[in-house]
Design a protein around this ligand. Structure first.
Ligand code: PLP
Length: 432
């Protein structure tokens, strides 16, 4: 009986989560929502099955159907990212990173990464994946604003220090990293240039952010569920020689996973087709929204980072909230008002400030998926001002506001967000 009650409690909690999150403004920069159709194919028989290896070359019988699905996903993702090799088997961005890092980083190798306070991800650091293979980790030098890698200073360092692997891409990611500036030097010196596109994969697919492969990165690893609005998985792609790719192939399987969670692969297939149709219009609106929200916050007295560079070129906005109590307090107050985001170290914050850093990180990609545009960004900035600066409770107003944004755009879920509508969306962006 007690187990029955436990099961009911779990079911109730899931229902509460579903309802609650649909009534909030979610600004967590690493999340997104799947369409009804992508979510609808989850929970099928595939959630019980195994398919190790590649389509047509599996170790178990009974995989013909997933073989066709996986082959289709790969074929279309390759065309979306314009690449020769692509692996969809990593089960998350961190697993994709590990599959690649494990092949290129040897004990003692010097690895150059974005620092934690400069936005780098934990998997690039001592306690994460990179740290499993080498402890010689050095940070890219930053320019005075803290949001750009200092190219000149990096070249100076490379002349003195024998760096083996360079990892670009990060978690607090406002502006592109200098791939095209540093790739020639990497090639001359045999440095492997790896690009972690976890946050910006959807913006790359939508052709609104740097294309790291085209700019000279050897391999790209990413999550498929942040700006790319798919299921929670990972991806690796490259144009390297077949013999080099064979190493990464082994890194993905059996190096970092055996089965690759077929259930979520199926929904990624649906997302991939949505992205092929709607990706460019979506990425365009995401960046417009991020810029609009940054400007609206600044106009209301917030201390928005990187103002001199137009605030952002991605889905993210960074705000210094030290004067308002720090990132921990501010993010809690916002959560109590149904606005969800995370506190974040800002460049030059000491690492000891991790539990109450100076900043908050805002991502607009999920609210854009629910059809929000520049006008709604003004309203979000108003909500934030009212609760953080005027001390008002806006939680109920937020819930009311969110009622009008329940349909997932840039998908085939509803008739009115059809192909024609997407084309209209796209042309209205071109006209504006
Ligand atoms: C730059 C970067 N790389 C990798 C990851 C890890 O991705 P996942 O959560 O899919 O393992 C993240 C997560 O936010 C990230 O920001």
């Amino acid at each position: 009986m007690i187990y029955q009650r436990n099961i009911e409690r779990i079911e109730e909690l899931v229902k509460t989560q579903n309802e609650w999150r649909m009534s909030t403004i979610n600004l967590i920069a690493s999340e997104n929502v799947m369409s009804k159709r992508a979510r609808g194919v989850m929970g099928s028989d595939f959630c019980h099955r195994y398919a190790e290896g590649h389509p047509g070359e599996r170790y178990y019988q009974g995989t013909e159907i997933i073989d066709e699905i996986e082959a289709r996903v790969k074929q279309h993702l390759k065309s979306l990212f314009d690449c020769k090799h692509l692996d969809v088997r990593p089960i998350s961005g961190t697993v994709a990173n590990d599959a690649v890092f494990s092949r290129y980083i040897k004990p003692g190798d010097i690895v150059m990464v974005n620092s934690t306070s400069g936005g780098g991800h934990i998997s690039h650091h001592r306690h994460g994946s990179v740290g499993k293979y080498s402890s010689n980790i050095i940070n890219f030098p930053l320019t005075a604003d803290g949001y750009h890698i200092d190219v000149k200073e990096t070249i100076n360092i490379l002349q003195k220090v024998p760096v083996k692997v360079m990892i670009m891409g990060k978690s607090l990611y406002l502006f592109p990293d200098p791939v095209k500036e540093l790739a020639p030097i990497c090639r001359e010196n045999g440095i492997v240039l790896i690009y972690d596109a976890a946050h910006v994969l959807g913006l790359i697919a939508g052709k609104r952010f740097q294309n790291p492969l085209r700019e000279g990165a050897q391999v790209v690893n990413a999550s498929t569920h942040k700006t790319f609005f798919g299921s929670q998985r990972g991806i690796i792609f490259s144009n390297m020689k077949d013999s080099d790719w064979a190493k990464i192939d082994k890194g993905a399987f059996p190096g970092s996973s055996s089965n690759h969670h077929l259930d979520t692969l199926v929904s990624l297939a649906i997302t991939t087709f949505e992205y092929m149709v709607f990706g460019e219009a979506y990425a365009e609106q995401v960046i417009r929204n991020a810029k609009a929200l940054a400007a609206a916050l600044e106009a209301r007295g917030f201390n928005v980072e990187a103002k001199e560079f137009g605030y952002t070129e991605s889905h993210q906005v960074a705000v210094n909230v030290k004067e308002l109590g720090g990132g921990d307090e501010v993010s809690r107050v916002l959560k109590d008002n149904n606005i969800i985001l995370n506190m974040n170290l800002l460049p030059f914050d000491p690492l000891g400030k991790v539990s109450n850093p100076s900043g908050i990180r805002i991502g607009v990609q999920e609210m854009t998926r629910f059809g929000m545009q520049e006008r709604e960004m003004e309203m979000i900035a108003d909500f934030m001002k009212h609760c953080l600066m005027d001390g008002k409770f806006v939680g109920d107003d937020v819930k009311d506001f969110r009622k009008d944004y329940q349909v997932i755009w840039y998908s085939f879920d509803e008739d009115f967000i059809s192909l024609e509508n997407s084309q209209q969306l796209r042309s209205s962006h071109v006209e504006a």
